[in-house]
Design a protein around this ligand. Structure first.
Ligand SMILES: *Cc1c(COP(=O)(O)O)cnc(C)c1O
Length: 460
């Protein structure tokens, strides 16, 4: 027998400067102009704080892209992840299951609005929306009686539902979707009920007008619409646009009356962001589909879920030969690591009384950003729950936007780094979207950093 070869010395690790160079050279960052990209490498996180490779600390003003609802390195979530990893990291959910994913599905159904009993797992928000669109489409082909004519989708202006092609089709943010229009299907598009028209400056429509527009469209396309899809209450990527109270409840009433399925995309708003567990609970609305991701696994792992009703699910039942199966899925759907953290996250909501703690934080954020409304280059401050959007403008009244090429929003967020906060803008809207676990004192610091960044970027 040959002796074992001697162990090799550990693989050397690159230093921070080398990593930054490799980052520029090899990593193609999402939504990023790589020619202008400046690396910032986050190495650690603690609560609402991020720490970069040089040891600088920043408040995580975007909850790491709206995901890290309980902050970073939460002991409860870390432990759940480690415990699951010690058992098994992945089993397929193609015809097979595992205890953690089953328990998570059950707990999701318990917290979701009434009637959502079936959970289809996938890996990201776009996929959660894709699944809803495809299930809704196939549902009408197999409904009793079948309604083959119901093939269209209604979506609203400036909607954002993700970046895969189906999600892009229902998306309405031009700069993300127009290039790919030839590859996608055309939904019936209604103006957003929530914002001034970005190109014409026309103010947001009145509630009655928005609901009447939906009614007209569903009458004009009677029997042809499969589903309406929208972000309820808060259109996040549009630039933190808020719908008038009553819109969602109105949409539910009208869609139900016209037999149209309602898909609510709560990828951004789900899990406490607007003060309730789900934004649709603000208006006591139960949709036919609820799309979840981002906060679902608290920023630990890619995980998404599409919840739907028993009525929809039943249309897919039958013997194999009936071809009623939903032939769709993702290899990592229902991954037990993500499910373990998602389950622990729901425990954190309960044990730490997360929702009960929100009103004080929301009030503090509202107070912090309201002071900015008087700023000569702040056109509008929009705040709901634990999120705020501060829209910058060259001139307040009449409102005149900064030329978009100047990237004032991005510059404000860059400047806020020097004041200890990492923020991410949406165009010229500076967004504050902290972990729900942020403290009152940290909210004050976040608001101060944003204000300082805005001063720098607008030359005040
Ligand atoms: C982020 C987001 C998505 C897309 O989720 P991904 O995980 O990035 O695919 C879809 N809908 C809404 C409302 C979002 O905010």
């Amino acid at each position: 027998m040959k002796p074992d070869p001697p162990a090799l010395p550990p693989t050397p690790r690159p230093d921070a400067a080398t990593l930054a160079a490799w980052d520029r050279e090899h990593v193609w960052h999402a939504f990023t102009q790589m020619q202008e990209y400046e690396p910032l490498l986050v190495e650690r996180g603690e609560g609402a704080w991020l720490v970069d490779v040089d040891g600088r600390r920043y408040l995580d003003g975007s909850a790491s892209m709206w995901c890290a609802i309980h902050g970073h390195a939460h002991p409860r979530l870390d432990a759940a992840l480690a415990a699951q990893a010690a058992k098994i990291c992945h089993t397929t959910n193609l015809g097979l299951s595992n205890p953690t994913t089953v328990e998570f599905a059950r707990r999701l159904v318990e917290v979701a609005p009434a009637g959502l009993e079936k959970v289809f797992f996938s890996g990201d928000g776009s996929s959660a929306v894709e699944a809803a669109l495809k299930i809704a489409f196939q549902y009408w082909l197999q409904a009793d009686p079948p309604r083959e004519g119901r093939t269209k989708f209604v979506a609203i202006g400036e909607a954002y539902h993700g970046d895969t092609l189906g999600a892009v089709a229902v998306g309405g943010v031009d700069r993300f979707t127009s290039v790919f229009a030839p590859l996608t299907f055309e939904p019936i598009r209604l103006p957003s009920p929530g914002g001034a028209c970005p190109s014409t400056g026309r103010p947001a429509p009145a509630l009655g007008e928005s609901l009447a527009a939906l009614e007209r469209v569903l009458e004009a396309h009677a029997g042809k619409v499969a589903a309406m899809v929208m972000e309820p209450v808060l259109q996040a990527a549009a630039g933190i646009w808020l719908h008038p109270p009553g819109y969602l409840a109105g949409v539910r009433e009208i869609t139900r009356r016209h037999g149209v399925l309602l898909v609510l995309d709560e990828v951004a708003t789900g899990f406490g962001r607007t003060g309730t567990m789900f934004a649709c609970q603000r208006e006591e609305v139960a949709p036919d589909f609820l799309c979840l991701a981002k906060g679902l696994s608290a920023g630990y792992l890619p995980m998404a879920a599409t919840l739907t009703t028993a009525a929809v699910w039943r249309a897919f039942l039958g013997p194999h030969a009936s071809r009623r199966t939903f032939f769709h899925g993702h290899t990592y759907g229902g991954n037990p690591l993500g499910a373990a953290v998602g389950l622990a996250s729901l425990d954190v909501f309960r044990e730490e009384r997360v929702l009960e703690g929100l009103p004080a934080k929301i009030e503090r954020l509202a107070a912090g950003v309201s002071g900015l409304a008087g700023h000569p280059h702040v056109a509008e401050v929009r705040q709901l729950g634990l999120v705020a959007g501060i829209e910058l403008a060259a001139q307040k009244s009449p409102r005149r936007a900064f030329p978009w090429q100047e990237q004032r929003g991005m510059r404000a967020c860059r400047a806020a780094r020097a004041h200890g906060a990492l923020l991410r803008p949406l165009g010229d809207v500076v967004v504050l979207w902290p972990p729900l676990s942020i403290t009152l004192d940290e909210i004050d610091r976040l608001c101060a950093a944003a204000a300082a960044g805005i001063d720098t970027a607008t030359g005040q």
